[in-house]
Write a protein that binds this ligand. Structure first.
Ligand code: HSE
Length: 402
């Protein structure tokens, strides 16, 4: 019998509790021993909970209990999750987490501590919620050199863009709708400014290429400047706008990564990832493109990935499960200008001036009077921004996924 604890009894924590209860027999069979919950850490009172005796407000109850071998950290945020995780790993307990902020920020250090103490630090739920992506990337695609990862990694922004695309809602209306449906936080900045997706693509890149990709080196744009007009233009060229976490290993070995809204052609599978769903396309040099799709957030989907890691930790009690990456002082990031893209642009300047500045452009039928829309040749982010400054009245500039 393995003894476990949950840290944080919010949406995901209560989902972990529910799955451990309802699927106890299946989980016990998969882990080759039953997993019994001994503690739930939360600072709030849960007097009406059927197992209220499990609750504690003191993390030391868990740290000092030699019986506990695996802990699900689902409290979110950096602190005190970081300090608690370090202490738990140092005390010889495996920790599994859905906390992408913590994994992207302190993952290398926590993985090192886990290795030192011969325990596991696992984070399947930190990217793509319930979608199996961490383990498949690490294990099932292990024979490949990963060429590229491109994913819709944030459900909130995908819902907002989907409402704009299908129901003709403005960004503000779609955001209010997302908040009313519980898909967006009252303070939605982490989602709509792209920070959440940035942490997730940093984790996937670190895992795919085996070295820490520092998320602060990833150029990040959110969807706050995307308008209904942009969405309509995209439709007019057979595309949709999606927030894409993008990472590619370049020929010089460096990693180029960004988070930004991109125009996706309707014949690309990523264009069909709708509503709050996530979809991640991984390209390997042997397997080609593989696609992972499913619920990227939510109580039971995320908890399903957390509990799977708990099972794996119990199975790998004696021998560590080698999922992770190495910290490196090497400069492995290619920088914001590491890769060129074509851009869709709108300006109140003339087509003639756009042609003079950008050279060979493909004009797009204008949907508004006094406006020029066009597609550029391949440019770096700085080239696109510098040239755009030469035009008067830039309205939009959006990369095109190819
Ligand atoms: N806010 C995140 C999303 C939750 O919308 O995808 C899951 O990380």
């Amino acid at each position: 019998m393995a003894k476990a604890a949950i840290m944080g009894y919010g949406t995901v924590g209560s989902g972990v509790y529910e799955i451990l209860k309802k699927n106890a027999a299946k989980i016990g069979a998969a882990a080759d021993e039953d997993i019994e919950l001994k503690y739930i850490l939360d600072i709030r009172e849960f007097d009406n909970h059927p197992e209220k005796y499990l609750f504690t407000k003191d993390v030391n109850d868990i740290i000092k209990d030699d019986e506990v071998s695996v802990v699900a950290e689902v409290m979110g945020g950096l602190h005190p999750a970081y300090e608690f995780t370090k202490e738990l790993l140092s005390a010889g307990k495996s920790v599994v987490t859905s906390n992408k902020e913590l994994v992207a920020t302190y993952g290398s250090e926590l993985l090192e501590i886990a290795e030192k103490h011969n325990v596991n630090y696992m984070f399947e739920a930190s990217v793509g919620g319930g979608i199996p992506i961490i383990r498949p990337l690490n294990r099932c695609l292990a024979a490949n050199n990963i060429i590229r990862i491109a994913g819709i990694l944030n459900g909130t922004t995908n819902y907002i863009l989907y409402q704009m695309i299908t129901n003709d809602k403005s960004f503000d209306e779609a955001l209010k709708d997302a908040q009313a449906n519980g898909y967006a936080e009252r303070n939605p900045a982490a989602d709509i400014e792209g920070h959440d997706a940035c942490r997730k693509i940093a984790i996937l890149s670190s895992l795919a290429w085996g070295k820490e990709v520092d998320y602060t080196n990833i150029g990040t744009e959110g969807i706050v400047n995307i308008t209904l007009e942009d969405v309509r233009y995209a439709a007019s060229v057979g595309s949709v706008i999606k927030l894409i976490g993008y990472a590619e290993q370049l020929e010089n070995g460096k990693i180029y990564a960004h988070v930004a809204p991109m125009l996706i052609k309707r014949d690309c599978l990523l264009s069909d990832i709708d509503d709050v769903y996530n979809g991640i396309m991984v390209t390997g040099d042997s397997v080609g493109d593989v696609m992972f799709y499913g619920a990227g957030a939510g109580k039971l989907p995320t908890a399903s990935a957390v509990v799977a890691d708990m099972i794996d930790s119990v199975i790998h009690k004696a021998r560590r499960s080698l999922i992770g990456w190495a910290k490196t002082d090497e400069d492995i990031c290619a920088g914001v200008d590491g890769k060129k893209f074509r851009y869709f642009m709108r300006t109140s300047d003339t087509a003639e001036n756009a042609g003079k500045v950008f050279g060979d452009i493909e004009l797009v039928k204008s949907l508004a009077e006094g406006e020029t829309a066009f597609i550029t040749g391949e440019l770096t982010a700085s080239e696109a921004a510098d040239k755009a400054k030469e035009l008067s009245g830039m309205i939009s500039s959006i990369r095109i996924f190819a």
